[in-house]
Write a new protein. Structure first.
Length: 217
């Protein structure tokens, strides 16, 4: 009986390659930041530049979030464990864009009217979802360092699993925030669901463990 050979993709990465990949991420991010500045100064964001800034920064945050979620599946597929070292950097850039997105809304739309900000978040469901997503991203960003990871121990991973909820909520926030042209936000939602499907077993295992813990208590 002839022997069967199974070919596996494997990508061997060195620390130096990871370093240059991070340099590339910084470079691409700076290009998009420069593009935002250029479009703002030259009137390239359309008739409503405030809406244009909100749309640009929101999509940048969503795109970076999805890229962050892509790292683990790609690393697993290519058996390139060192690739996950860029995940934190992508996550921080995601939060950076989320900060710009919120800042643009508070400063340009509401003129620092904090009471109005609170009223808007409470009264508008899409803003409520956006605020919840922003808080999740904030929590993940401030706890992303290795020192905090060591201090939190097993609780760190539990906290960072909330990124899956943010991955689902952010596209929904996008869908509810637009008045027309739902095709693009629906594509983003489909991609998010697809990325979460890769983690179906892990998510199911985690939910089952929590459910069993509640039953024991």
């Amino acid at each position: 009986m002839p022997s069967q050979m199974t070919t596996q993709w494997r990508l061997k990465m060195t620390p130096r390659q990871v370093f240059w990949l991070k340099v590339l991420i910084h470079g691409v991010s700076l290009i998009f930041i420069a593009q935002l500045v250029y479009l703002t100064l030259t009137g390239g964001l359309g008739a409503d530049p405030i809406q244009g800034i909100s749309h640009f920064t929101g999509k940048a945050a969503l795109n970076t979030l999805l890229l962050t979620l892509c790292v683990s599946p790609i690393a697993k597929l290519l058996k390139a464990g060192m690739l996950v070292r860029v995940r934190r950097l992508l996550g921080l850039y995601c939060f950076f864009w989320a900060v710009l997105h919120l800042t643009g809304y508070v400063v340009l739309d509401l003129n620092f009217n904090w009471s109005l900000v609170l009223d808007e978040i409470i009264s508008r469901p899409y803003l409520t979802i956006g605020a919840v997503s922003w808080v999740i991203l904030f929590a993940l960003a401030v706890t992303s360092t290795q020192s905090i990871q060591r201090r939190m121990g097993k609780h760190w991973q539990k906290l960072h699993n909330w990124v899956y909820l943010a991955t689902l909520l952010v596209p929904i926030h996008y869908i509810w925030s637009v008045k027309s042209g739902l095709i693009e936000p629906m594509i983003y939602l489909s991609i998010s669901i697809g990325l979460l499907a890769f983690r179906y077993k892990a998510l199911t295992k985690g939910l089952t463990a929590r459910f069993n813990l509640v039953r024991v208590k």
